[in-house]
Design a protein around this ligand. Sequence first.
Ligand code: SF4
Length: 354
Amino acid sequence: MTHFHQLADAVLAGTPATPEDALAVLRADDAELLSVVDAAGRLRRAHFGNAVKVNYLVNLKSGLCPENCSYCSQALGSSAPILKYSWLSTDEALAQADAGLEGGASRVCLVASGRGPSTRDIDRVVDVVAALKERHPGVEVCACLGLLQDGQAERLRDAGVDAYNHNINTAESHHDAIVQTHTYGDRVDTVTKAKNAGISPCSGLIAGLGETDEQLVEALFALRELGSDSIPVNFLMPFDGTPLADTWELSPTRCLKILAMARFVCPDKEIRIAGGREMHLRSLQSLALHVANSIFLGDYLTSEGQAAEADLEMIRDGGFVVQGSEEDLGQRDGRPVGTAIRRRGAGTDVLPNA
Ligand code: SF4
């Protein structure tokens, strides 16, 4: 039995992983990768079976943010050529959410750029949530609106918001190198406000920000301490026009080990493969589902993801099912859509697929 299976046994028996255990997972040799995935996968299946939670992002307000988070394409000073718009109307937001829910999502994440919401902004989100819940009574709604002021979490809770996302992003010891317009303490305070209001706290991290291995471990243990119910693990997408544009620190195997480490440290929490999934995990995305139990469907806030249908195909090809779906997608849609006849390359005037 490998060290990683012994660790899984201990965690399953109720002994939490230590920072040393987490570092050992992060620093596992690539030759041990399948052993790491196998062991972390036992924890995933013990708590979540073969279900994948599918989340859908609706960017209610894009760009134009006064904060200076150096990884963010929406930040002050970013010249990334992203879509910039102010608040979607309730009808526009509903139309976007409908598409995600029809695609199989069970949670809609309503996101707005900015330091934090005004009272008017909370009013707008309350309207969207009311309309969304009326149209889709079973939907879970997560709001992600920045730093919260006193009383705002309670208003969101009363409107039916189920979860509030505010990522700590990185270790406290690395935070000030990444952003200067707010503090790590500000971020923790907002997660705590949501939790104290009875809203499920969703808080995660971004890997690849120049942090050390020890700082990644520090961030994960901070999330465990904070009691984050869902942990989005983002992999830095280095947007042109941002200070981290040329920061490429991640490999697919490293990303898989980061997800496995998150599973060992927080075995019963929703570990979500978030932004940068396609770019950094690449052909290991489906393997990562054996460790993580949640993804975003389709596109991200300011960048495109792979086609939603490709996400769903990946889920069913791996023998997983969409959480909340009555049907096993493998039974419903298990057949290939048909053989595509080659119409490019030799014998045509179209470039070959190589
Ligand atoms: S506060 Fe949010 S939207 Fe604004 S720069 Fe930071 S991460 Fe981007």
